[in-house]
Design a protein around this ligand. Structure first.
Ligand SMILES: Cc1cc2nc3c(=O)[nH]c(=O)nc-3n(C[C@H](O)[C@H](O)[C@H](O)COP(=O)(O)OP(=O)(O)OC[C@H]3O[C@@H](n4cnc5c(N)ncnc54)[C@H](O)[C@@H]3O)c2cc1C
Length: 474
């Protein structure tokens, strides 16, 4: 190892080039700061290379594949040949997408004057980091630093991920062939998204979830629609069930499962995917040398400006407590950059949306009905089923509903949630409405284009006021 003697000086150093780190770097560049962004792997982090984008590319391909079977009723006839899925070709297509996005980030960094350094960054003190690249070691002196090192899958000690039979989410997105059977440990959003995609591709999927239902973080009425579809797709869902042991026997994975209802059983599948949570990458980056304290389960606590306990060191993204979501990481990155740049900026909004790319999709922002009631609100809700929406019928996507939750006294919107086709693209309206403290009348009185799924929001809002047009008001 060659140790650089003179430290390179920079205003700001950023450790990690995921959606948090690169957004911060670009914003700092826009604010005229000298920035060094250190990334040990590929720009874009988990989100771009192993998470959001590859998983959505798989989900999209699986949707297209599955829909082929339903085209007959619209008069579209396929040839007699059986449709097949070549996951190897899909891998090339996905790689094309991620490469294009990687290059886009590199270009934006360059145009904004950000220096990107490839290597593993570690704090040496509270104003220096060392970066190791292929045996070389360079030292950087900084005024301020942003830690954005992200997270990795949590794997319990009794399971060994081998990448061949027992997979984490990263390995599952690298498969070259569609497995005949897949057991998934964990019925959270990653397990459900990937499970439904593989089920659509013909895999026999079994989900094993410790809680009493899948997607336990999400309101039950939304999840019901997804559970029904999972069963339609032939998925076997075992709730209130715990995996005790995992072993590979004769090229198959044997999972020993215990549940109060059914006792002990063994689930055998070609492959197993473990998706039971993620842990922050905070152990090996010398945080103690910088004086940054790490809280429970390895997360770094930050204030509204994303400052750690060391005022000139900031932390953003999956290493901070809160939902591990790419848009939260990016928002924190922008806030940290603006605070460093001397602008008034803070994470002060509770309106972080969530999106689940299940079948149908679930998306929401703000409080659920139960949460609003627990917080002491007198609540009114309005619901509109997509079976009464013309566009949904014309798309053959009539499942689900839009729901608005409103403070009965002020009529201010408290939450907007939906389960339906394309919910991920429709929730933007909800985020804006809640950010602007809109009243339910604001949604009801806004002219929504026809025929669109977005009309579902308008009709749900009208339902609160008792005058939805396309359903009987009760
Ligand atoms: C399968 C899957 C699907 C997902 N789908 C969604 C979704 O649909 N929507 C959504 O919002 N979120 C989704 N997520 C979550 C999302 O990917 C993360 O919340 C997001 O990537 C976090 O961003 P980050 O910047 O905090 O960290 P990361 O994206 O984890 O990036 C951290 C980067 O830091 C680098 N690094 C770590 N340590 C060092 C070091 N010492 N030196 C240099 N570099 C280092 C890593 O190589 C990595 O590139 C998904 C995740 C998975 C796994």
């Amino acid at each position: 190892m060659v140790v650089g003697e003179v430290a390179v000086e920079t205003d700001i150093i950023i450790m990690g080039g995921g959606p948090g780190g690169y957004a911060a770097a670009i914003r700092l560049g826009q604010l005229g700061k000298s920035v060094v962004l250190v990334e040990r792997d590929r720009l874009g982090g988990v989100c771009l290379n192993r998470g959001c984008i590859p998983s959505k590319a798989l989900i999209h391909a699986a949707n297209q594949y599955q829909r082929l079977n339903d085209l007959g009723k619209m008069g579209i006839r396929l040839s007699q040949e059986r449709t097949t899925m070549d996951l190897g070709i899909w891998q090339d297509w996905k790689e094309g997408i991620t490469s294009q996005l990687n290059q886009g980030i590199a270009h934006l960094c360059k145009e904004n004057g950000v220096t990107v350094v490839k290597g593993q960054a570690t704090f040496l003190s509270d104003d220096r980091i060392g970066v190791e690249t292929d045996g070389d070691f360079e030292t950087y002196k900084f005024e301020q630093a942003i830690i954005a090192t992200g997270s990795r899958p949590y794997i319990p000690s009794f399971i060994k991920v081998d990448g061949e039979y027992i997979l984490d989410s990263t390995a599952s997105l690298l498969l070259q062939e569609v497995p005949s059977s897949l057991s998934i440990i964990g019925g959270g959003y990653i397990g459900i998204e990937l499970g439904m995609a593989f089920a659509k591709l013909g895999t026999k999927v079994t989900i094993i979830e410790m809680a009493s239902r899948i997607l336990p973080q999400v309101a039950e009425n939304l999840v019901k629609e997804v559970t029904r579809n999972a069963k339609k797709l032939g998925m076997n869902i075992k709730t209130s069930s715990k995996v005790e042991k995992a072993s590979v026997v004769d090229g198959h994975v044997h999972l020993q499962i215990s549940s109060k209802k059914q006792g002990s059983e063994v689930v055998v599948s070609e492959k197993t995917l473990v998706t039971i949570g993620r842990i922050p990458n905070t152990e090996e980056i010398g945080l103690n040398r910088a004086g940054v304290t790490v809280g429970e389960k390895g997360y770094i606590a930050v204030d509204m400006e994303c400052r750690t306990n060391v005022p000139h060191i900031f932390a953003i993204g999956d290493i901070t407590p809160g939902p591990a979501l790419a848009h939260r990481a990016s928002k924190q990155g922008i806030v940290a950059a603006e605070v460093i740049g001397g602008l008034p900026s803070a994470i002060d909004s509770p309106y972080v949306p969530y999106v689940i790319f299940s079948e149908p999709q679930i998306a929401g922002v703000g409080l659920s009905r139960e949460e609003a009631e627990q917080q002491g609100y007198s609540v009114k809700t309005g619901k509109f089923p997509f079976s009464a929406n013309g566009r949904a019928l014309a798309m053959d996507e009539t499942e689900g509903f839009a729901e608005v939750i409103v403070d009965a006294e002020s009529h201010i919107l408290l939450g907007m949630h939906m389960v339906c086709a394309d919910a991920s693209n429709l929730i933007g309206e909800g985020v804006l409405a809640l950010e602007l403290a809109a009243r339910v009348e604001d949604i009801a009185l806004s002219v929504h284009p026809h025929p669109t799924l977005a009309e579902g929001w308008m009709e749900a809002a009208e339902a609160v006021l008792g005058h939805a047009i396309h359903i009987v008001n009760k």
